[in-house]
Design a binder for this molecule. Structure first.
Ligand code: MCN
Length: 791
């Protein structure tokens, strides 16, 4: 126990050490692949082509190998009579939803589609046997780009002949037309946001054990939301009774969104265990992950901003083609629609916004939420076009932003794209960031350096983010097939220690630490007396999981709500013991005392024992001391902030040197400032990665060219500067602990901050926009084109 961890004086808000780190760092923590050491191994045959009709799948040779237990095809799955349809969890008007089988039967639509599964005694045998399966394909043309897909002769699904899965609009088109007619100036930008491939340290995995006698099926898996996985496996893919299905997420080595979804592979693994009546395990290889883990982004956008010469924004018009990949993943529809279009107002009072999003099927890996999901894409559009407008108007990028900021007295603020922002002090955070980076001095330096042909760029990005998906009713009205609540249990044990259970599922965020802090603070018990349980459908009553930066605001809200219920009940028992009226008893730091008679007191631990003895509790009270809450917040929370990146571009090579990065974030009350800072650090790295290095590339045949870490560039530590971070605190009124989410904020802000910086550096070359990733080659080509080949 560290000195810090025993702190009980206002434990909420202190940077106590992360309790999860010791076991992770010492290798004691157990991951999915270690759960069933005796299990047989599953290997999955993926399609050789991105688009083809399956003429035949001959598994005889593979099946005849001594080390192979069984080989299954899509036909076997179909014959087993399971529902076999991975669903989308968010419907939109007119949405086309083709069946998404766990193994292909007639056609393959991207190279990650599963065709057959081999079960063998060891992993190598299973993978070797894949080579003995003989598939005859009738190859078809492929389409990979969302804007091209809608005009293509290639049809991914017969149900959508034009490859359009949905055509979504939001905002008042007439009001936007009027704004554009009235404005002094219109800025237009075409932008592409390339696909990002998630790179969790641990690739996806599943292990399944089936007991035919009891019909109990247990699946350990890399899951960000075990209860959702249980529900989907039960109702949509396997048809296994929900109460006989247990999903456990052991230690999960990162997710970044990619482990939210129900993929075919986990269902195939569980199905194999049931077919064979024996334990099986599947572990994705990194290359397999690259073609099957849902990718992020994939937007092609045309944006226009109506703005007056003084910088006042009158309107924003956006049209986006969003790639969905070959199949609809669970939030594939919500991410480019409601999570994207509703955040286009960023921190600004934009009177009229209209956005149209065409979701298109392509012969590529499915696309879904990746850290920042939808909000990152939306903020990128706004923060980029605001910069271009500033440049066209000859304004400073900080000034155009300041001109349009929503002011603190305007909250709650309803945007023209249906969001009601909770609270914000946008200018304070922006001023702090500009002060930290020494903005005015930097601009002077930039001018000086240009005289020496050196190109410094300063990029500002403001952001607001809708974090903590909720509330259930509104989500349901907009098409969600899931709620926005979270379940939290707070249970005292007779000896006075506490177990907290929450339906969220950690993948590195530190919930075991921060949730214990929330409960310890509310109950007034030592931090070390609180344990946190997550990630097991048998140990937690229900849950919606961890994504959309919801665990702090919604999971934390559920825990605080339950803790307060526990304190209320304990107060009644304490009043009974102290022979006082409940109204005369006050609670402070774990102790109940009679108002005006502090010596008449009892600790919450003593009350817990009394509650479990049940010998002397009020007549209307049940024994025991625990509470469960299904906490359903009234709205999202809206974290915000300003990030500033400073780069120098080498005009000879196009190399971007990221020199300084300043981040000022406001995520409301901070449960653990060190963890918040860690989230910001990780988030910046991912945003910088998107801006400068990452981006999946497909060739015309639908083959992923960036199919491994050899070809897909992730940011390295040496490419990132020391970050300077700071925060302001504007509590959210939308949950009992004033917390706003923070897990995605920095990823959302970093990409536009860095791109704005690079484009700012290139101003002397008249470059007004460059698409991510800003590789040396792309930057160099832009300079070369501007200088007529003289660079
Ligand atoms: N927190 C806090 N004070 C606040 C807000 C949050 O102390 N005001 C703490 C929370 O209690 C939690 C952590 O910060 O321990 C992140 O909280 P939150 O913003 O609620 O996000 P979630 O826990 O729901 O995590 C999801 C978010 C998302 S959507 C992605 S993607 C992401 C991320 O978090 N993936 C991650 N951070 C990640 N961090 C790691 N290490 N690995 C991932 O895969």
């Amino acid at each position: 126990m560290s000195e810090q961890e025993s702190v009980t004086d206002r434990v909420f808000g202190s940077s106590v050490e992360r309790r999860e780190d010791r076991s992770i760092l010492t290798g004691v923590a157990e991951y999915t692949d270690e759960k069933l050491p005796e299990a047989a191994h599953v290997a999955i045959l993926r399609s050789q082509y991105a688009h083809a009709t399956l003429e035949s799948v001959d598994v005889d040779q593979a099946e005849n190998r001594d080390d192979v237990v069984a080989v299954f095809t899509g036909a076997d799955v179909e014959e087993s009579g399971i529902p076999n349809d991975i669903p989308t969890a968010w419907s939109l008007p007119g949405l086309v939803t083709p069946q998404y089988r766990i193994m292909a039967t007639d056609k393959v639509r991207h190279t990650g589609d599963a065709i057959a599964a081999v079960v063998a005694e060891d992993r190598y045998a299973a993978h070797n046997a894949l080579g003995d399966i003989d598939v005859t394909y009738d190859r078809l043309d492929a389409v990979t780009e969302p804007d091209e897909a809608v005009d293509s002769d290639v049809t991914v699904h017969e149900e959508a002949p034009d490859n359009v899965a949905f055509d979504f609009t939001i905002g008042d088109a007439d009001a936007v037309s009027e704004a554009f007619s009235a404005a002094d100036h219109v800025t237009s930008v075409d932008l592409e946001q390339p696909r990002i491939i998630p790179n969790a340290v641990e690739p996806r995995a599943a292990a399944a054990d089936y007991d035919p006698d009891s019909d109990d099926l247990t699946v350990w898996m890399t899951s960000q939301n075990p209860h959702l996985h249980r529900m989907l496996m039960s109702t949509a893919t396997l048809g296994h009774p929900e109460h006989k299905l247990r999903i456990v997420a052991p230690e999960v080595g990162g997710g970044f969104g990619s482990k939210i979804y129900h993929y075919p592979d986990e269902a195939i693994t569980a199905w194999c265990a049931k077919q064979l009546g024996r334990a099986v395990t599947w572990q994705a290889t990194r290359r397999e992950g690259y073609i099957t883990d849902c990718h992020g982004r994939d937007h092609v956008t045309e944006a226009e901003l109506a703005v007056d010469t003084d910088g006042s924004i009158r309107g924003l018009r956006v049209e986006t083609h969003a790639g969905l990949g070959a199949h609809l993943s669970q939030f594939a529809t919500a991410t480019p629609s409601y999570l994207y279009a509703t955040i286009l107002s960023s921190e600004y009072d934009i009177p009229a916004i209209h956005c149209r999003v065409i979701g298109a099927f392509t012969n590529t890996t499915p696309v879904d939420a990746y850290r920042g999901a939808g909000r990152a894409e939306g903020i990128y559009v706004t923060e980029r076009i605001v910069d271009v407008a500033a440049s066209e108007l000859g304004m400073d990028p900080a000034e155009i932003r300041r001109t349009n900021l929503i002011s603190p007295d305007e909250f709650p603020f309803e945007t023209s794209v249906a969001m009601v922002y909770d609270s914000g002090e946008y200018e304070t955070a922006m001023d702090r960031a500009l002060e930290l980076v020494e903005y005015d001095e930097l601009r002077d330096r930039q001018r000086e350096l240009r005289d020496d042909d050196r190109y410094l760029g300063i990029g500002i990005a403001n952001f607001v983010e809708s974090a903590g998906l909720s509330p259930s009713k509104a989500a349901g009205e907009l098409g969600a097939a899931a709620g926005g609540w979270e379940a939290g249990v707070v249970r005292f044990h007779p000896s006075g220690t506490v177990t907290v259970a929450c339906g969220t599922a950690d993948q590195g965020q530190g919930h075991r630490t921060t949730f214990a802090q929330v409960a310890a603070e509310e109950l007034g018990v030592p931090l070390e007396d609180v344990d946190v349980v997550e990630g097991d459908t048998d140990a937690v009553p229900q849950g919606m999981g961890t994504y959309g930066s919801r665990s702090g605001p919604v999971g934390g809200g559920a825990i605080a709500t339950s803790a307060r219920k526990v304190v209320e009940k304990a107060k009644r028992i304490a009043a009974h013991s102290l022979e006082a009226s409940v109204d005369d008893v006050e609670f402070d730091d774990g102790e109940f005392s009679v108002v005006g008679a502090p010596d008449r007191s009892v600790t919450i631990q003593e009350v817990a024992l009394e509650a479990y003895l049940g010998h002397d509790i009020p007549g209307d009270a049940e024994p025991g001391l625990e509470a469960t809450s299904y906490y359903d917040p009234e709205n999202f929370t809206f974290p915000f902030g300003t990030h500033v990146a400073v780069v120098e571009v080498d005009p000879e090579t196009g190399e971007v040197d990221l020199q300084t990065y300043v981040a000022v974030d406001d995520c409301g009350e901070q449960i653990n400032p060190m963890i918040v800072e860690g989230q910001v650090h990780g988030g910046i790295a991912q945003g910088v990665g998107a801006a400068l290095y990452e981006g999946a590339v497909y060739d015309d045949t639908g083959t992923l060219v960036t199919g491994s870490m050899n070809e897909y560039a992730l940011p390295r530590a040496h490419q990132l500067p020391d970050y300077e971070t700071d925060s302001t605190v504007t509590p959210s009124p939308h949950n009992p602990i004033g917390v706003k989410g923070v897990g995605e904020s920095a990823t959302i802000a970093a990409a536009p901050a860095v791109v704005n910086a690079v484009v700012d550096a290139l101003e002397p070359f008249d470059v007004d926009h460059l698409d991510m990733p800003l590789s040396n080659e792309r930057v160099w080509r832009a300079i070369d084109a501007a200088t007529g080949g003289d660079s």
